[in-house]
Write a protein that binds this ligand. Sequence first.
Ligand code: FES
Ligand code: FES
Length: 171
Amino acid sequence: MMMFDIQFYSIFLQIFFMASYQLNINNQQYKAEAEPDTPLLWILREWLDLTGTKFGCGVNTCGACNVLMNGRTVRSCQVQVRSCTGINITTIEGLSADGSHPVQRAWEEMSVPQCGYCQPGQMLALTGLLNQNKQPTDEQIDAVMSQQLCRCGTYHRIEKAVKRAIELSNQ
Ligand code: FES
Ligand code: FES
């Protein structure tokens, strides 16, 4: 009986705290029913099947979960769904449909990925920076890209791809 009460109470709480959120992701409208503090990362991966956004650490240290919100890079593991309405969210799937975005072209030209797991986050970190500043200094690049972890150690190729993406962005 006690177990039944706990289960009932838990379901009641879930229903009571669930809310409906209209999300604009990659220029498409999605509706998500979720608890307000659900991380955007879970919504993207588990509910909307946008699995290009990766779960790395879950605690704001790796950058694998990067997405753009109104053009700025944010870590989706740290963003609650309640703060996502009325915002244009871009995931790696939405960067460009045909691979023509300068960052995509540079990553391809430099054959950057090894396992590839961290690369969507790396690319969106740079994209967010270039959205703010198309001619970042080395210090500005370092400030952003040094916060992105790659367990495969592709940093040398990332560095070359960053330079190439800047060239392509300014053509
Ligand atoms: S999963 Fe979000 S920063 Fe690592
Ligand atoms: S390419 Fe494997 S973690 Fe970066």
